[in-house]
Design a protein around this ligand. Structure first.
Ligand SMILES: Nc1ncnc2c1ncn2[C@@H]1O[C@H](COP(=O)(O)OP(=O)(O)O)[C@@H](O)[C@H]1O
Ligand SMILES: [Mg+2]
Length: 376
């Protein structure tokens, strides 16, 4: 039997837990040409959710998917955007040829295309160094959708990256100015830096203010995980009790990536039944696996920063109050404020629900272990 639990790749179908409400919302947005923004911390399941929602339309809907994660300039973005649009909307080379001939003028000589041995369309392109028409690139999805009398969904992952480019604000203004007229295309924009994403879409001064529906993705509830875990272990010839499944989800705060991670270790470590003892050992394995990452995250922290984390680990929530500042030696309220911004930016702490919480479930146990925090 194969271990059914996986992480680091997108989950679909069998390995996909719940999210029924969210899938419905995405589907109806895609169907209606409504744009939608998805915000959640990293690895809670945005990409998996989008993939799963798109998958259910199988063949009836064309999608273009782009990840901004490694893109560092607008030039690179436009090239990736154009290439993805040509490639992902065409099943035959002739379609690419037609689209290029019909809709692109300033970029034509810079595109090469062909088919590989296994019949895949291959496209390579260099954007001209001087002038090329961004309009041609950004209008393309709408033109293709109109030509083929279909609807398109353009999915852009790690969208907040765009704001970081030197010409970020200008690019955003440009994107908005074209995209808002595209009635045949849904733009599905998602990203994991919650405060940045919220700013981009919820502040009146921003080009993407009120661009689309906003979906703040929650964690999958413990109850859903429990059912999912029991079913998946059972399907692959193993047993986990309801209580142990609940404990598993709780140990990793119901964090999607880490539920899969821990369940995967438990599956490997158990012959037949996942006992509490196996669960505890597996969690230790998870912690040890993440020790190097943790060390990287904490290597250069100052004394005040370490103290700040100690206060949070001890359950404090009023980090700028004089009492907490004195008790934990946090410097000044100004220090506390700056540390909040720093830890949020480093994705170590999350303040979205008001009180600070550690983003990753390995962080607090390792922090307490390494920084020898007296508990209580
Ligand atoms: N609905 C789900 N059911 C089961 N596992 C999930 C689900 N969503 C996410 N995961 C797990 O979490 C991991 C990270 O999910 P991903 O979609 O890449 O998150 P994000 O795009 O928010 O960073 C996946 O590889 C998978 O292991
Ligand atoms: Mg993702």
């Amino acid at each position: 039997m194969q271990n059914p639990f996986k992480y680091g790749e997108l989950t679909t179908d069998q390995n996909f837990c719940n999210r029924k409400q969210e899938i419905k919302r995405l589907q109806s947005a895609f169907r209606d040409g409504q744009s939608i923004v998805i915000i959640s911390p990293r690895r809670w399941g945005k990409s998996s959710l989008v993939n799963q929602s798109v998958d259910t339309f199988k063949g009836k809907l064309t999608t273009i998917q782009i990840d901004c994660f490694g893109i560092s300039s607008s030039r690179e973005f436009y090239a990736v955007f154009l290439k993805a649009t040509l490639q992902q909307t065409s099943s035959k080379l002739q379609q690419v040829v037609d689209t290029v001939a019909k809709s692109l003028k300033s970029i034509v000589p810079y595109i090469k295309y062909g088919v590989s041995e296994n019949d895949e369309i291959q496209i390579s392109l260099d954007l001209p160094h001087k002038k090329y028409e961004v309009e041609e690139i950004l209008e393309l999805p709408q033109r293709i959708a109109a030509d083929r009398k279909t609807r398109l969904v353009v999915c852009i992952d790690e969208f907040q990256k765009i704001a970081e480019w030197s010409d970020g604000k200008m690019v955003l203004e440009k994107l908005r100015s074209y995209w808002q007229n595209h009635d045949k295309v849904s733009y599905c924009l998602y990203g994991s830096k919650r405060h940045l994403m919220s700013t981009l879409f919820a502040h009146a001064s921003q080009p993407f203010y009120r661009f689309g529906e906003i979906l703040f993705l929650d964690k999958i509830a413990e109850k859903e995980w429990t059912t999912f875990l029991i079913k998946e272990f059972d399907r692959t010839g193993k047993i986990i009790s309801t209580e142990t499944a609940q404990r598993l989800a709780n140990l990793v705060d119901s964090h999607s990536y880490f539920v899969q991670y821990l369940a995967r270790i438990c599956w490997n470590n158990s012959e037949k039944k996942v006992t509490d003892q196996i669960l505890d050992l597996s969690f230790l394995e998870l912690l040890n696996d993440h020790l190097p990452v943790f060390q990287n995250q904490t290597r250069n922290l100052t004394k005040y920063q370490v103290n700040y984390l100690k206060a949070i680990s001890a359950g404090e929530t009023q980090l700028t109050s004089q009492r907490v500042i004195n008790a934990f030696d946090l410097g000044s309220p100004g220090n506390s404020k700056r540390n909040q911004i720093l830890f949020e930016d480093l994705e170590i702490l999350d303040y979205a629900l008001g009180n600070p919480r550690f983003c990753d479930p390995y962080f607090r146990p390792l922090f307490d272990r390494v920084f020898k925090l007296s508990s209580g």
